[in-house]
Design a protein around this ligand. Sequence first.
Ligand code: XLS
Ligand code: NI
Ligand code: NI
Length: 454
Amino acid sequence: MSPESVILNYMEVTEMKEFFSNVPKIEYKGKNADSEFAFRYYNPDEVIEGKTMREHLKFALSYWHTMCGDGTDMFGRGTVDKTFGAKSAAKIYENKAYAAFELMNKLDIDYFCFHDRDIAPEGKTLAESNENLEKMTDLIKKLMDENGKKLLWGTANCFNNPRYMHGAGTSPNADVFAYAAAQIKNAIDATIKLGGTGYVFWGGREGYETLLNTDMKLELDNMAYLMRLAVDYARSAGFKGDFYIEPKPKEPTKHQYDFDASTVIGFLKTYGLDKDFKLNIEANHATLAGHTFQHELAVARINGFFGSIDANQGDYLLGWDTDQFPTDVYETTKCMLEVLRAGGFTNGGLNFDAKTRRGSFTPEDIALAYIAGMDSYALGLRLAAKIRKDGRLDDFIKDRYSSYNSKIGKKILTRKTSMAELEKYALGLGEVTTNTSGRQEYLENILNEIMFGI
Ligand code: XLS
Ligand code: NI
Ligand code: NI
């Protein structure tokens, strides 16, 4: 969004103190809370499985959706004013920052995530853009210190500007590759300056539309080289956090190179980047790839790439990234089950890469949306812990593979057999008569019983 595109522009307010004046400080009030401005399930200090809910969930505000997204879609202009009472670009971005911290305080959110161009406008030249970024990170650093807020991760927007029409690191144009590298270098500097614990690569336009004009190998090689350069630069500049790739199968390009968790892990291993990166799994991207959210998280976890999460949800009837606030409690529960199985977040967290629907256009809607997302994840955490305590689902899985605990199974599991021995054993079996039921429906009913049983 460029500031000029916002039509709902009121008189410039220079000393605006409160931007979400109808939103009170949100506190945990329990199930019987008598106001919509309250948490019913998110009780930050409550301990679950040895950690507070605050420590488990590590909620983050996404600066792009919340401070910048104005509801523009393919068929209509913005419905929401995100100028925060200002007129000039400089003042708009300043007010965005003040409003962001007010909202984080009111919602009791400890972290935020940003693209370079969300927090500071692009200038006429790269040098000017860098200057804007420097100035805004000075202000944001001050606000972080004053309000005790932290940066979960930073990233560079290498997809909005027309120069990136053919990609950034995968552009056929070497000048674009150089420009992207320069932009990423500055975004890394900004992340380090703000003490960020992560740096994300979401491959904006890193993909292709047609192989009629695309050298896929050269593009992938270059994308990996840009990542290698970025990691080496960041480490030399003192960055101690994690690097993440955020998989997405399509949109904006028809075929995004970072298709899904498995594809990205393969890519990282091919290019020797697997020690440097983890994954940032987004719910809506998982479903676009034809997977469940839990599948993507499990793939990341079992391969040692579990890092961070973009918490949102899509619409199963639509084929694009709707970035809705997550309210499907089956999904948040299965997600938190994976997070607990992974041992929880280290440098990562739950970033609400989510926006209110275009018709939910008031400032209060933003707060209500975050409350809905946070409460849904709090419920998910509570229910995931309950599932683990109940133990029936975990026990079922363990038991299902018990044939590997003895005899030929143990030999297979300990990798101490051979094709000849297995053949001899199979010949002796006559036929396999030992299969047991997978009991899917029974397990689905147990899940319901644990989640809703009274
Ligand atoms: C877009 C992505 C993006 C990343 C950050 O679909 O989700 O918002 O999270 O660049
Ligand atoms: Ni995302
Ligand atoms: Ni997305």
